[in-house]
Design a protein around this ligand. Structure first.
Ligand SMILES: NC(=O)c1ccc[n+]([C@@H]2O[C@H](COP(=O)([O-])OP(=O)(O)OC[C@H]3O[C@@H](n4cnc5c(N)ncnc54)[C@H](OP(=O)(O)O)[C@@H]3O)[C@@H](O)[C@H]2O)c1
Length: 200
């Protein structure tokens, strides 16, 4: 399959790229400063340009997104707006604009994370964004058929323990390869409207 992978250079994305590549798929990678196509998917016009430029897609997979972590009383409205834009609206826009460009049996695989269900202090913006994406996946699946949409929700990745381990004290990490397997399940399987929890 020809698969657009957003965030292929990242901690999660590089494992997803490896897993999809090992399955023999053709990848077109996207990042702001990395990948085959370089643009910011939080800009809806850039998403439009992306789909004009990359055609014949069977699947779109997202392994990127950023969230602002701060105590709730320090999170500003702008922090929430930025997190919802870069983590939630960017993914919704990739599906909304991508639906008409994707093969009829194509699929979208989005990324959320454990914080939609198991919050940590400082993670309210990330939790809100993850929850928005998961609700969107369940709703969009009804209308996208025969195209499919799922989300992968990993716990803390082993490769990120050094960076985020203190925020996620007591959360058992999983290797990024385990989350990558859920992307393969979403892309090659028949499920839709699912949120694949990985490691919790
Ligand atoms: N790491 C974890 O433990 C973990 C656990 C659960 C969920 N997650 C979720 O998984 C996702 C990826 O996390 P990560 O730790 O792998 O992040 P990361 O290492 O920072 O990688 C992010 C990737 O996405 C790309 N990217 C980011 N913003 C983009 C944008 N606006 N437009 C285009 N590309 C963009 C980056 O490339 P450029 O820099 O070139 O743009 C990079 O390839 C996030 O949504 C995160 O919340 C991560």
């Amino acid at each position: 399959m020809k698969i657009l992978l957003v965030g292929a250079s990242g901690t999660l994305g590089s494992a997803v790229a490896q897993a999809l590549d090992a399955r023999g798929h053709e990848l077109v990678t996207v990042g702001r400063g990395s990948g085959d196509v370089r643009l910011d998917v939080s800009d809806p016009q850039a998403v439009g340009r992306l789909y004009e430029r990359v055609t014949g897609l069977d699947a779109v997979a997202v392994a990127g997104g950023e969230a602002v972590f701060k105590p709730l009383d320090a999170l500003s409205g702008d922090d929430f707006t930025a997190t919802l834009r870069t983590k939630a609206l960017s993914q919704i826009e990739l599906v909304r604009q991508g639906a008409r460009h994707l093969a009829p049996n194509g699929s979208f695989t989005l990324v959320t994370g454990i914080l939609s269900e198991e919050p940590v202090a400082g993670g309210a913006a990330a939790s809100a964004a993850n929850g928005a994406v998961e609700a969107f996946v369940r709703a969009a699946a009804i209308e996208l058929a025969p195209r499919r949409v799922n989300a992968v929700s990993p716990t803390l990745l082993t490769e990120s323990v050094e960076a985020y381990g203190d925020i996620f004290a007591g959360y058992e990490p999983v290797p990024a390869a385990s989350a990558a397997a859920a992307y393969v399940r979403s892309v090659e399987g028949r499920h839709t409207g699912r949120v694949y929890r990985v490691g919790f």
